[in-house]
Design a protein around this ligand. Structure first.
Ligand code: C2E
Ligand code: CA
Ligand code: CA
Length: 524
């Protein structure tokens, strides 16, 4: 029993712990990965936002250059230059626009030297039609190394610093790379990993407290943007969902612990065990012989419930009967005992047809018709007379019960003798007892124990015997353990006894054997 309790408690503890760690861990992990992947997939971090903007600018610039080629105006005319100027003013990143005829820059507008920038040779010619000059000493003007891009017959000089817009939030850094060439950085002091050392997407470096992001795309030009921002920015964006998730996780954990507690409480509840024992037919019956002191013959037996566990150990009825009474299972116990007894009665009655077996009833057994019905039915089905079964009812079960009074009358009417058990341990008076129809009074072991000890209780047993006599009740003494007790009882007119002096409660086979031995001893 104890070992099982410990096991259940340990199991509950482990289950709770696994639940907490498992649930909390997986919720946290899920939130973390979904936060990171939402940065990667939906925003791709800071780098993706900057990179997409850069790419849009480059595409817009290319489209603008393509549109100039379609203008139906004489090249380098005031109308032509006017169109170029208007476009140049409209965009902060445009420093100048020029018109080329073959390999010669013919005219242009913007904040550029009058002859335009004409670095010796283009750095790249892409299949998209874009010709590029990287920012360098050759493209420098006004302290800025410009990025020049030609498409068709027009070119545009772009201030690369305008390609990265950090949106005002400080502590962010970004670099724009084109084909392994660093084209722009958000400041002169950026310290960012090179694109080829950082995976594309979002990387959280909790040691440095930074969230790195890397965007790589090739639409008109192969560009890479690498960016970083403090991890607090990341938390700031995901804090609401993480807090909500962890709250949910906490709730789940609380639910789980509640569930484990309820389950283990039910497992620890002794009635759970008893219910299982009833279902598995582990409730058996032992028989304690009732002896007639005058003849030393066995005249009957008391059926006592026995619970044997699978491991062979016995649970005392002094333990499980109170559990059954408290949990509403007592009628099921009584039924189990009754069925066994009636099943055994054929073999018992074969020994002597006048023998009877006492069945113990509890308070609840008398409160409904269930037990009384079942008893009648079983006896009827086995063609056994009601005289073969006597009923023992404790004094406590009778207290304040008119239903019990009526039930006893009914049972006696059908031929069952009724005994009051454990008499003297309760508080009932003679007059109260008189109001019940009874046949037998069982003298409790505590009075028998006092016999010959000179204790105050030793006087009481004489009163109890007198009382039984005045009520016309037969007496049976319980718990007789010594020859002196037996002698005293017979001297005082108590002839029927149970007790270890004669026999402990016995299994059916042992009981039949005990009976036969007594019988043959008397015959010799
Ligand atoms: P009880 O009805 O007073 O049963 C007598 C108890 O005294 C039995 O204990 C029996 O084994 C024990 N006993 C008999 N002779 C001696 C003796 O000489 N010395 C000592 N020390 N003990 C003796 P058990 O079998 O442990 O049953 C305990 C109680 O459990 C019973 O007391 C009865 O109140 C209850 N019980 C047992 N079976 C049933 C049942 O089927 N239904 C109900 N409602 N209660 C039962
Ligand atoms: Ca009894
Ligand atoms: Ca008793």
């Amino acid at each position: 029993m104890m070992r099982r309790h410990k096991r259940v408690k340990l199991l509950a503890f482990v289950a709770a712990l696994v639940g907490i760690v498992g649930l909390f861990g997986s919720v946290a992990w899920l939130l973390w990965t979904s936060s990171v992947s939402s940065e990667t997939h939906y925003e791709g971090g800071l780098a993706a936002r900057l990179g997409q903007r850069t790419e849009r600018i480059i595409v817009d610039a290319r489209d603008m250059l393509a549109a100039f080629d379609k203008l139906a105006v004489p090249r380098c005319s005031p109308t032509h230059l006017d169109a170029l100027r208007r476009a140049s003013i409209a965009h902060a990143y445009i420093r100048g626009i020029g018109y080329w005829h073959a390999a010669r820059r013919e005219c242009g507008v913007g904040f550029l030297p009058p002859e335009g920038l004409k670095p010796a040779q283009a750095d790249r010619i892409y299949s998209s039609g874009v010709i590029a000059w990287w920012p360098s000493g050759q493209t420098q003007y006004g302290g800025v190394q410009l990025f020049i891009m030609r498409y068709g017959d027009h070119d545009v000089a772009i201030d690369p610093r305008q390609l990265l817009d950090l949106g005002g939030i400080r502590q962010r850094q970004a670099e724009l790379w084109v084909e392994g060439m660093r084209m722009a950085a958000t400041s002169d002091h950026v310290s960012l990993p090179a694109p080829d050392t950082l995976p594309v997407g979002v990387t959280v470096d909790s040691r440095l407290g930074q969230v790195y992001s890397h965007f790589a795309h090739d639409r008109l030009l192969p560009i890479d943007v690498v960016a970083s921002e403090p991890i607090e920015n990341f938390w700031g964006r995901h804090a609401p969902i993480i807090v909500a998730g962890l709250t949910l996780g906490g709730l789940l954990v609380a639910l789980w612990i509640g569930f484990v507690l309820r389950l283990s409480r039910r497992q620890l509840d002794p009635s759970t065990d008893l219910r299982r024992a009833l279902a598995n037919r582990q409730i058996g019956v032992h028989y304690q012989p009732v002896i007639d002191l005058r003849t030393q013959q066995c005249v009957g037996a008391e059926a006592l419930a026995r619970w044997q566990r699978k491991d062979g150990s016995w649970v005392s009825p002094a333990v499980f009967i109170p559990v059954a009474e408290a949990s509403g299972l007592i009628q099921d116990v009584t039924l189990a005992v009754m069925q066994t007894v009636i099943g055994d009665l054929k073999r018992i009655l074969a020994l002597a047809p006048t023998i009877s077996v006492n069945l113990n009833l509890s308070h609840d057994d008398l409160e409904t018709e269930r037990i009384s019905h079942a008893l009648a039915q079983h006896l009827n089905a086995s063609a056994i007379s009601a005289h073969a079964i006597k009923l023992e009812i404790t004094e406590r079960a009778l207290v304040n019960s008119d239903t019990a009074r009526a039930m006893i009358r009914q049972l006696r009417g059908r031929g069952h003798a009724v005994a009051i058990d454990d008499f003297g341990t309760g508080y009932s008076s003679l007059s109260y007892l008189q109001s019940f129809d009874l046949d037998v009074l069982k003298i409790d072991k505590s009075f028998v124990d006092a016999i010959g000890t000179g204790a105050a209780t030793s006087q009481v047993i004489e009163h109890v015997i007198d009382m039984a006599r005045s009520l016309g009740l037969e007496t049976v003494a319980e718990g007789v353990e010594t020859v002196e007790q037996a002698r005293w009882l017979i001297d005082h007119g108590v002839f029927y006894v149970q007790g270890y002096l004669f026999s402990k409660p016995l299994a059916l086979g042992e009981f039949l054997e005990f009976f036969r031995k007594r019988q043959s001893a008397a015959q010799h």
